[in-house]
Design a protein around this ligand. Structure first.
Ligand SMILES: Nc1ncnc2c1ncn2[C@@H]1O[C@H](COP(=O)(O)OP(=O)(O)O)[C@@H](O)[C@H]1O
Ligand SMILES: [Mg+2]
Length: 351
C-alpha cells in the first residue's frame, strides 16, 4: 500500500491529546506531514513549551505509526507557538495572527451557575481601576451573558478590513461570542466547531491596544474548554466555585485542565460564600463557607478570595450595572478589588 500524507493523517487521528478524548489532528497540532518511501516526517505545533507533553506525544505518535503497515521510520519535529511570536516570525516562520496582548487571563468553572461570568465582569472592571487597556472576551458559546451584565444592547461594528471592534463600557472593551451567533445555534456546538469559531473570534476582533484580556470560558473542563484555552497563550487561569462539596469536586478538574496546558493556576475564587443579614451582624453560611479555601490548599494553588451572596450582585447582573460600579464600597466589591490585585501580582511578576 502506497503511503500518503492524508493516510498518515488518518492514522494520527488515533493519537489522543494526553489526558483528553480528542485526537491531536482535530486539535490542530499536526502542522506538517511528509512521506518518503517508508519514512514519515511529522511536524507538531504545541501551544507552549512543555517537555512532558512533548515526550508523551512523541512516544505516542512513534508507537502508533510504527505499528501501521509500511512505515519503517518516524521523525518528529516539535515547535511551540511561543517560538513563533516575534523572533520566530523574523526567521520567516508562519506569522501568528493573534493580537499582541500582554496578558490573557481565563476565568473557568466546573459547572454553570456558580458566578463565573459575574466574577469575570467584576474582575475585569476591578483591573481597570489600577491598569489601562483592559478587555473582556466572552467566549461562553453556550450562554454568553456578559452583554446583559454590562448593560450593552448594541452589536459591534466591523471595519473595512473585516475586523470587529469591541464595545466600550465601564472603561473596558467587551466582545462577546453572543454577538456573532444566534441563540438557537448555541445548543448544537461540538468540539471542533468550538475550536474554529473561537480561533476566528480571537483573530478577527480588533484587540489592538489591549494589554489585559479577561476571558469568560464556557462552564466545564472538557475538550471544548481545553481547545479554547489552547487557542491563545494564556498567562493564567482563575477557577470560580461555590462552597458546597458538589461544586468543589469540579475545582480539581479545573486545576488539572490548566496544569495539562501548562497554564499557571492563579487561584480559586469562592463565590456565594456567606450571607450577611441586612441590618444585623449575623452571617449565615448558606452553602458552607470555606470549601474553596480548603480545596486551594489541598492542591497547593492560591486562594484568591471569597464573595458573599448579595442581592445587589444579582440585580446588578440583570440590569447591566455591575456591583463594583453600583456599590463600590460593598464587601463584595472590596473583595473583587483584592482578587484583582492578587491576580495582577501573579501574572506581572518576572518569571
Ligand atoms: N455572589 C452572588 N450573590 C448573588 N447573586 C449572585 C452572586 N454571584 C452570582 N449571582 C447571580 O447568580 C446567577 C448566575 O451567575 P453567573 O455569573 O451568570 O454564573 P455562571 O457564569 O457561572 O453561569 C446570576 O443571576 C448572578 O447575578
Ligand atoms: Mg456565565
Amino acid at each position: 500500500m502506497e503511503l500518503s500524507p492524508e493516510g498518515i493523517k488518518n492514522i494520527l487521528r488515533n493519537v489522543k491529546y494526553p489526558g483528553f478524548t480528542r485526537d491531536i489532528v482535530s486539535f490542530g497540532l499536526v502542522k506538517e506531514l511528509e512521506v518518503n518511501g517508508s519514512k514519515v516526517n511529522v511536524g507538531i505545533l504545541l501551544p507552549k513549551p512543555d517537555d512532558k507533553l512533548e515526550t508523551q506525544i512523541r512516544e505516542s505518535i512513534t508507537k502508533t505509526l510504527l505499528e501501521s503497515p509500511g512505515i519503517s521510520e518516524v521523525n518528529i519535529k516539535v515547535d511551540t507557538r511561543a517560538q513563533q511570536t516575534p523572533q520566530g516570525q523574523a526567521k520567516g516562520q508562519e506569522k501568528s495572527k493573534l493580537p499582541d496582548i500582554k496578558y490573557y487571563i481565563a476565568v473557568a468553572s466546573g459547572k454553570g451557575g456558580v458566578g463565573k461570568s459575574t466574577v469575570a465582569v467584576n474582575l475585569a472592571i476591578a483591573i481597570t481601576k489600577t491598569r489601562k487597556n483592559v478587555g473582556l472576551m466572552d467566549a461562553d458559546i453556550w450562554g454568553p451573558s456578559t452583554p446583559t451584565m454590562m448593560g450593552i444592547n448594541e452589536k459591534p461594528i466591523t471595519t473595512p478590513e473585516q475586523k470587529i471592534i469591541p464595545l466600550d463600557k465601564y472603561g473596558l472593551k467587551l466582545m462577546s461570542i453572543g454577538f456573532l451567533i444566534d441563540e438557537d445555534e448555541t445548543v448544537i456546538w461540538r468540539g471542533p466547531m468550538v475550536h474554529g469559531a473561537v480561533k476566528q473570534f480571537v483573530e478577527e476582533v480588533e484587540w489592538r491596544g489591549t494589554d489585559y484580556l479577561i476571558i469568560d470560558l464556557p462552564p466545564g473542563t472538557g475538550d471544548a474548554q481545553l481547545s479554547l484555552a489552547q487557542t491563545v497563550p494564556l498567562s493564567g487561569g482563575v477557577i470560580v466555585t461555590t462552597p458546597q462539596d458538589v461544586a468543589l469536586i469540579d475545582v480539581r478538574r479545573g486545576i488539572q485542565m490548566f496544569r495539562k496546558l501548562n497554564v499557571p493556576v492563579l487561584g480559586v475564587v469562592e463565590n456565594m460564600s456567606y450571607l450577611k443579614l441586612p441590618g444585623s451582624d449575623q452571617i449565615i453560611d448558606i452553602f458552607g463557607r470555606g470549601g474553596g479555601k480548603r480545596m486551594a490548599e489541598k492542591f497547593d494553588v492560591p486562594f484568591l478570595g471569597e464573595i458573599p451572596i448579595d442581592p445587589e450582585i444579582r440585580k446588578g447582573g440583570d440590569e447591566g450595572n455591575p456591583i463594583i460600579e453600583s456599590h463600590p464600597d460593598s464587601p463584595a466589591s472590596q473583595s473583587f478589588l483584592e482578587i484583582a490585585e492578587r491576580v495582577l501580582q501573579q501574572i506581572e511578576k518576572p518569571h
